[in-house]
Design a protein around this ligand. Sequence first.
Ligand SMILES: [Zn+2]
Ligand SMILES: [Zn+2]
Length: 144
Amino acid sequence: MADLRNCSECGGLFVFMGRDVCPKCIEKEEEDFDAVRKYVREHSGASVVEVAEATGIDEERILHFLREGRLISKGLRATAVFNCERCGKRIESGRFCRACAEELDSGLQQSLQDITGVEREERSVTRHGKDRMHIKSGKSFDQG
Ligand SMILES: [Zn+2]
Ligand SMILES: [Zn+2]
């Protein structure tokens, strides 16, 4: 007796063959995969966001390909799998999106104006560890 299941993609009934997706959706996935692979091959170093926009394919699906190891990760930037810790927006690297980073940065600088000298250094170390770039990013260290 056939093992009938509901497709996890479209919900339709199909005969289970080792995957929880029906043949129709697998076919569609293959098409998507081809499009993604083609784009990545022509645009080495493209981010997931970029590929999603160019191909019209869900970022989730592209990430799924990546997780399955079907896409060569050196073609796609693996760092693209981040979400802003503040607003949840998909970002390519770091912990915050640009808008949040700028906001946090200006807020941080304001609060730091009240803290001086050694205390400032200590706080920045305990609170941010290696991320001290937030405080003096690119600026010279000649004041002190
Ligand atoms: Zn399906
Ligand atoms: Zn954000």
